[in-house]
Each structure stands twice: as structure tokens, then as C-alpha cells.
Design a protein around this ligand. Structure first.
Ligand code: UD1
Length: 325
């Protein structure tokens, strides 16, 4: 199978590309390297340095013949999306429409789309399954939901079959150490803990310890990026063999608190990882945990490497090498 991975130089996209190459696919990566990086490219994959706002670059690329594409090229900072929504409108929404229009002209009939649990908003019940009402609380989540809706229309009108994969909290690195690019200025919990352990950041700020949870800190469902990558490969195979669109959650079904992530990181790294408790972050729910029953039923997928030690150890392996002091 020949697959175009748009956003393939990013954190998740590079793991997806690696998994597809390992499974014998031909891969081309299309990326503008705005948040992705060259270290995340593999010599076996073709690289096209292009932007999803450049429709001629997109259509030239797609016209070279692909069986399917994976779209991961989006901005993802929930906080920033509330202060700079126009960035998210242009890149996430216009960019996705460009991709769909070019895919329709190039007769690419299968699209795997990187969606997010952010489409659900504040949890009304746990674990959250795909029937949970969608009510995004930030503009980022809204753009992901709109992109899913465009996909649904292009399925009906243009026959493009899609898989929308709603990731919970992606974490971890390839356990063989083959992906080495680090995110610049990360905001997500595990990279922030890693930068603190590596002493490039002074301390972790814990956003509140008075939540209604056993240790008072927020609970999230962290899922290993290599588990996510495997789900993309399975979703592609399913789309091509069944020709039917679907939406699935991808989570570990295991809730981990901020304190428990921090304490395990201290053990795994052997570093002190200083931390202070600060005010709650606006918009944070106390608990988010996925139900991934549907992914198991449809794809036979289950998170296998998402235990907290593996998440931390695989990430520390990369951070330690790059910031060794
Ligand atoms: C965030 C996004 C979500 C997106 C997901 C994946 C927000 C509000 N949500 O999820 O839309 O789909 O990333 O990219 O941005 N924490 C700290 N200190 C820190 C960083 C985080 O205490 O310095 C806590 C947070 O309060 C939260 C947990 O760690 O409870 C995880 O936070 P984070 O990694 O930012 O992910 P989410 O907010 O769950």
C-alpha cells in the first residue's frame, strides 16, 4: 500500500510513518516542518516539504498516486486556540478542506484522520465512549469536530471513506529509540516533567491539587504513541478492506493522576523533578478516561504499551540522550 502521511514529521506522524514502514508500506511524508522536524524523517520514506495551504503542492503530490492518506497536520494547543482562533481556522479547517478537495480530484478513497478527545468537552460520564455527546470547550476541539463533519460530507458526496481516530492523551516514544525529535516549548504533562528531570526547566507546575480525585490532582488517559501508530495502520487496512467509514476512541482505559505520573517519573529517571502546586488551569476537567471497546471490536486494537512506566521510560530514553549533563 502506498500512503501519504500529511504531518508525518510531527510527534505522532513520525511514529505513524515508522509503523507503516515497519509493516511494509510505501510512505511519503508531506510536512511544512513548522512543528515537525527533520530528525523525525526516515530515509526509506519520500519527503515533500510542503504546506497544506498550498493547494498546488498538495495536488501535485496526491496526483503521483496513493492508495490512502493520513492527515495529522494540525495545530493542537487548546489554550492558544482560544487566544488565536484565526490560526486554527486557517490551518486546521481550511487546510483540511484543501486536503479533501485534492484527495477527491486525485481519487484517493481512504483517509485516516487524527481527531481528539477534545471533541467531547467536559465529561458527562466515564469511561467516555463514542456515544458521549460532543461539546468541545475550546476552539481546537471545535476545529477537530468540524473536520470530522467535513469528512462525513465528503464520504457521502465524494465517496472518500474515513476513519476519525479520537486520541486521548498521547505520550511515550518509540521503544527502539528510532524517533528522536523533541517538541519545542511543550505544554503537555509528560514532556514538561521530562524537561524538568533533564534540568532544562526549573520545576513542574501542578495545576491544582484540590480536585475531586483520590490524590487531588487531575486524572487523564495516557496512551502510548506507538499504540496510536498501530491503530492508524489497522484503521487503514480496515478502510481499504471494508470500505466503510468509522469513528473510534483510542485510549488506554487507565486513569493516571498528575501526582502519580510525577512520582513514577522520579523513580524511573532517578532525578528529583521539583514540583509546586499552582492554581487550577481553566478548562481542565477533573477526570478523563476512555472506553476503547469500539476500537477493539472494529480493529482488534488495544493499547499494549501504555503502562505508565513504559510511557515514562521510553520518553526519558530520548530526553536523557539529548539533554545529558
Ligand atoms: C491537552 C488538550 C487537549 C488535547 C490533548 C492532546 C488542553 C486543555 N487540552 O489535554 O485538547 O487533545 O492535550 O494534545 O490543553 N498538567 C499539569 N502541569 C503541566 C501540564 C499539565 O499539572 O505543566 C496537568 C493538566 O492539568 C492535566 C494533565 O496534566 O490534568 C494533562 O495535561 P496536558 O498534557 O496538557 O493534556 P490535556 O489538558 O489533558
Amino acid at each position: 500500500m502506498k500512503v501519504l502521511v500529511i504531518g508525518g514529521a510531527g510527534y505522532i506522524g513520525s511514529h505513524v510513518s515508522r509503523t507503516l514502514l515497519d509493516r511494509g508500506c510505501k510512505v511519503a511524508v508531506f510536512d511544512n516542518l513548522s512543528s515537525g522536524c527533520k530528525e523525525n524523517l526516515f530515509s526509506e520514506a519520500e519527503f515533500i516539504h510542503g504546506d497544506i495551504l498550498d493547494t498546488s503542492a498538495l495536488s501535485n503530490t496526491m496526483n503521483s498516486g496513493f492508495d490512502a492518506l493520513i492527515h495529522l497536520a494540525a495545530f493542537k494547543a487548546a489554550g492558544e486556540s482560544m487566544t488565536h482562533p484565526e490560526k486554527y481556522s486557517v490551518n486546521n479547517i481550511t487546510g483540511t478542506l484543501n486536503i479533501l478537495n485534492c484527495a477527491a480530484s486525485a481519487k484517493i478513497g481512504a483517509v485516516v484522520f487524527s481527531s481528539s478527545a477534545a471533541v467531547y468537552g467536559e465529561p458527562r460520564y466515564l469511561p467516555m465512549d463514542e456515544e458521549h455527546p460532543v461539546n468541545p470547550e475550546n476552539y481546537y476541539g471545535f476545529t477537530k469536530l468540524e473536520m470530522e463533519r467535513f469528512l462525513d460530507w465528503y464520504d457521502k458526496l465524494k465517496g472518500i471513506r474515513y476513519a476519525a481516530l479520537r486520541y486521548f492523551n498521547a505520550a511515550g516514544y518509540d521503544s527502539a529509540g528510532r524517533v528522536t525529535g523533541l517538541e519545542r516549548n511543550p505544554n503537555n504533562l509528560l514532556p514538561v516533567i521530562m524537561e524538568t528531570a533533564a534540568r532544562v526547566r526549573e520545576k513542574l507546575e501542578i495545576f491544582g491539587d484540590d480536585w475531586d480525585t483520590p490524590d487531588g490532582t487531575c486524572i487523564r488517559d495516557y496512551v502510548h504513541v506507538s499504540d496510536l501508530a498501530e491503530a492508524h495502520a489497522l484503521a487503514l487496512e480496515h478502510l481499504v478492506s471494508q470500505s466503510k467509514s468509522f469513528i473510534v476512541n483510542l485510549g488506554s482505559e487507565n486513569g493516571i493522576s498528575v501526582k502519580s505520573m510525577l512520582e513514577t517519573a522520579r523513580e524511573v529517571t532517578g532525578r528529583p523533578v521539583p514540583a509546586v502546586v499552582v492554581d487550577r488551569r481553566p478548562g481542565d476537567p477533573a477526570r478523563v478516561v476512555a472506553s476503547s471497546t469500539k476500537a477493539k471490536e472494529i480493529l482488534g486494537w488495544k493499547a499494549r504499551s501504555s503502562d505508565v512506566r513504559t510511557l515514562i521510560a521510553s520518553t526519558w530514553n530520548i530526553y536523557q540522550k539529548q539533554f545529558s549533563s
